[in-house]
Design a protein around this ligand. Structure first.
Ligand code: ZN
Length: 164
């Protein structure tokens, strides 16, 4: 079976959603993350959005995939919107599997911390009841490093694919 290619799938983009028209500056100041509901021929969906400051003022909006990645587009496959990598669209190489190791480490650390596996959530400083503070802070530190590693590997991977 051939892999899906992005061109064959329905997608939703930040541009289409135009969140700026839904959110006042005040709302954005108070909500780092918010949900937009969309409905289309394909059904109704709730999409997570976030925003980052722009160099020239204002904000830039992002769609959040369940893997924690900020995206400009999410693709619809099997009844859910997710990023190109999660939907395994385009190239699904051995290389990608390897570069996913940091993600596995992140998941394992979150597991030990009893934090949710939804990487969009960053529940800062929630220490499991029976864990020593020293252990806890070491785990959090490691998790922060792994998150960084994960993002870097991700960028390397994309560069390798000639997208950037
Ligand atoms: Zn994803």
């Amino acid at each position: 079976m051939s892999k899906g290619s992005v061109e064959n799938y329905s997608f939703v983009s930040v541009k289409q959603l135009n969140p700026a028209k839904l959110c006042s500056p005040d709302y954005l100041r108070n909500n780092k993350q918010f949900i937009i509901s969309i409905s289309s021929n394909y059904g109704n969906f709730d999409l997570d959005l976030t925003h980052t400051p722009c160099n020239y003022g204002g904000v830039r909006f992002w769609l959040l995939c369940s893997c924690g990645k900020r995206c400009t587009k999410l693709y619809l496959k099997r009844g859910a919107y997710a990023c190109r990598q999660c939907q395994q669209l385009n190239y699904m190489s051995q290389q990608w599997n390897k570069s996913d190791i940091p993600l596995l480490r992140v998941r394992r650390l979150r597991n030990r911390l009893e934090w949710p596996q939804d990487l969009r959530a960053w529940p800062i400083y929630q220490k499991p009841k029976n864990m020593h503070w020293r252990t806890f802070s070491a785990l959090v530190r490691e998790l922060e490093e792994r998150e960084q590693e994960r993002l870097q590997m991700f960028i390397v991977y994309l560069k390798g694919m000639g997208i950037w």
